[in-house]
Design a protein around this ligand. Structure first.
Ligand SMILES: C[S@@+](CC[C@H](N)C(=O)[O-])C[C@H]1O[C@@H](n2cnc3c(N)ncnc32)[C@H](O)[C@@H]1O
Length: 366
């Protein structure tokens, strides 16, 4: 069977496998791994569904054209062959993202200008203030891939985290780690260095089956070719999936009272504040909730130059605490450097290597 459209899901490097699983669950087809992304095929409904329901994908691009380009002339000619009127209104503004690698054409600004010029010549004014569309062109070994963005703002911008605290985690990374640990609401979740609350909030959003993109302003909503009824069906289905839950075994804490206040306000905006416990506490005083069964601890300690703490000491204390009281629990810990893993001093079952804040790091499954 062949599918009408080929898409590309951009993901945080390291989350590709998790995104592939998610795409499978969302009934995408011909799923194929790439570095920092996943190719997939499907219909426009597939694209709507992935945009509104994915938890770990950053954005979805629709592939428009593949071609070889040895000159700017080639770029102009091929760009003009796209049926832009399906995606762009006569008055639109355009952001063009160019990436080049090992190709004859390497001057990104010139390529960008050529694409804008070609689209203008096809009858678009490119000076709208309220309708921006994004075009992506990737050139590798002279092979070009021209795509249009379907998502608009990045999908990790869910709208609830208006306050970030120190070194906040992208929502897609938090959700991806929870998926990697296969957390479900049947398991107690403790987040003892919650910062702005991203892990706890993402867990609650997932447990209540809320589609993260319910209120997102997707780029495709402004496309002239949008099939409104088909989109509304997907939206309605996502709305009816939401489960009413009174409480969840989710416990967020942080040593810093300001972080606790931020977490509360972020959770309120996400409409999940009443489902979880949020309290100020030093991780060294962590205690098990009443429920007797072992659960999952997710820990993103402070690190790097941005935060001035005795990082190693904190990892060592966390390791000791785990040995003493939580040996039958599962734990996921962020480790930016080998020294952190050494200080933790616990055997590691699996490692997930991801890029966070421009830096590669490991998440350790203990
Ligand atoms: C890297 S931030 C966590 C960011 C969080 N994942 C987010 O998305 O916002 C680390 C957090 O650990 C907290 N922290 C530092 N020392 C702590 C301790 N001894 N006990 C509990 N929390 C601590 C800091 O206040 C900070 O909020």
């Amino acid at each position: 069977m062949s599918y009408p459209y080929r898409f590309y899901a951009v993901v945080i490097p390291g989350l590709e496998d998790i995104a592939m699983k998610e795409l499978e669950q969302l009934s995408a087809h011909e799923i194929q791994k790439d570095n920092g992304g996943v190719h997939f095929s499907g219909t426009m409904d597939t694209m709507f569904r992935v945009n509104i329901r994915s938890r770990c994908i950053t954005r979805v691009l629709l592939r428009l054209k593949r071609f070889t380009a040895m000159s700017l002339n080639d770029i102009r000619e091929k760009t003009q062959q796209v049926e832009w009127a399906r995606f762009l209104n006569a008055n639109v503004s355009l952001r063009v993202h160019v990436s080049c690698h090992a190709s004859k054409l390497m001057h990104t600004a010139k390529i960008e200008a050529e694409i804008c010029e070609a689209i203008k010549k096809s009858g678009f004014s490119l000076n709208s203030e309220d309708n921006t569309q994004q075009v992506f062109i990737r050139i590798e070994n002279n092979r070009c891939l021209l795509s249009i963005d379907t998502s608009g703002e990045r999908l990790d911008r869910r709208g609830y985290r208006l306050e970030g605290g120190k070194a906040p985690l992208r929502e897609t990374l938090a959700a991806g780690v929870l998926q990697w640990m296969e957390w479900t609401q049947a398991e107690t979740l403790m987040v003892p260095m919650c910062g702005s609350g991203t892990f706890a909030i993402e867990a609650a959003i997932a447990a209540t089956h809320q589609a993260p993109g319910l209120n997102h302003a997707f780029a495709f909503l402004a496309w002239p070719q949008l099939k409104q009824k088909a989109w509304e069906r997907v939206l309605k289905r996502a709305r009816t999936m939401v489960k009413n839950i009174d409480s969840l075994p989710v416990y967020a804490s942080d040593i810093n009272q300001d972080a606790i206040e931020v977490t509360k306000r972020n959770a309120q905006r996400a409409n999940v504040e009443k489902l979880m416990s949020i309290e100020q506490k030093d991780v060294k005083e962590l205690s098990k909730p009443e429920r007797d069964e072992p659960g999952l601890i997710v820990c993103n300690p402070p690190y790097g130059q941005r935060i001035d703490t005795n990082v190693r000491g904190l990892y060592a204390a966390l390791g000791k605490l785990y040995q003493r009281d939580y040996r039958d629990w599962r734990m996921a810990v962020f480790s930016p450097e080998r020294a952190c893993e050494q200080a933790l001093g616990l055997p590691v079952k699996r490692r997930l290597k991801v890029k966070h804040g421009g830096q590669w790091m490991y998440i350790l499954h203990i």
